[in-house]
Design a protein around this ligand. Structure first.
Ligand code: SF4
Length: 284
């Protein structure tokens, strides 16, 4: 039952781009003046519409399935959840279908079902209560190839974060299928900053961070990235990024880690909640 619900959440994530992302793309279309930028956005919006109406994936790369789990310590389903996620991944690969994207690092053999050593990727957080919330994030490989880490010095600080992100987005150009959404994790350690950056992508596009200062930094970086002129699919235009999402953690006094996860326009996500009586809600 839980595996079935997870399959449905995966199907929803890969076939239907969330409304907030669609709205941001439509607004970008309205802002763009160049013919090529409007043409590319129009095609992206068409692909999104076809995915929704025909219930097929919006992009051929259905990504690496990544799950963020908030597991209520008293949920009766805690012990079976990991197996259910793996089973759902296998089933979704066949039923949706998803492109098989799990390749053995030594032999190069594709497992054929999106499972293997370390995949699907599952991040666990133990919470109070008896409910489980699962976020599904299918992450495309092309944009993931543009993700990066910078271990800045504390003296470089937030100015260094802006410099690093803008220079990196500029160097990537059209490779990550812009317009992108940038997830930025600042603080913690090298690994935590990247995890925060990916988790930041679960937030709704167009909504700033609840902390005013962080929301201001998100806006500043968005403005700087959009002034690069890379534009939709890298062919020029005003919209290189739709949004910037920052998450933070305390840092070591000697470190200022910055994880940057680049997400393409196919910003896919879905959520499900498992109640203790087995009822399941799925949403985006
Ligand atoms: S980067 Fe995104 S839009 Fe481009 S091919 Fe990969 S999943 Fe599709």
């Amino acid at each position: 039952m839980i595996a079935n619900a997870i399959v449905e959440a995966i199907r929803l994530a890969v076939t239907r781009i969330p409304d907030d992302v669609v709205l941001a793309l439509e607004e970008a279309y309205g802002r763009e003046e160049s013919e090529i930028a409007r043409f590319n956005l129009e095609n992206i919006l068409k692909a999104i519409d076809i995915g929704k109406t025909e219930s097929i994936p919006v992009c051929q790369d259905t990504g690496t399935l990544t799950f963020f789990v908030k597991a209520g310590v008293n949920s009766p389903f805690l012990g079976e959840l990991e197996d259910a996620i793996i089973e759902a991944t296998r089933r979704a690969t066949e039923d949706v279908p998803l492109r098989p994207n799990a390749v053995d690092i030594l032999t190069g053999r594709n497992s054929g079902d999106n499972t293997g050593r370390g995949v699907p990727i599952i991040h666990w957080e133990i919470t109070e209560g008896d409910e489980i919330e699962v976020a599904v994030l299918p992450k495309g490989g092309g944009s993931e190839n543009c993700s990066a880490l910078a271990m800045l010095t504390p003296s470089e600080g937030w100015e260094g974060v802006k410099r690093f992100v803008v220079a990196h987005v500029k160097a990537c150009g059209g490779k990550p299928c812009p317009p992108v959404i940038l997830g930025i994790g600042v603080g913690g350690s090298a690994d935590l900053s990247l995890k925060l950056a990916k988790k930041a992508l679960l937030r709704r596009v167009g909504e700033g961070h609840p902390n005013e200062r962080i929301a201001g930094l998100e806006g500043e970086i968005l403005g700087a990235v959009n002034s690069l002129g890379i534009g939709p699919m890298g062919m020029g235009g005003r919209t290189t990024a739709l949004d910037v999402k920052i998450e933070v953690a305390h840092r070591h006094p000697a470190s200022f880690p910055v994880g940057l996860v680049v997400q393409c326009w196919a910003n896919r996500r879905a959520f499900l909640r498992i109640k203790p009586d087995g009822r399941v809600e799925v949403w985006q």
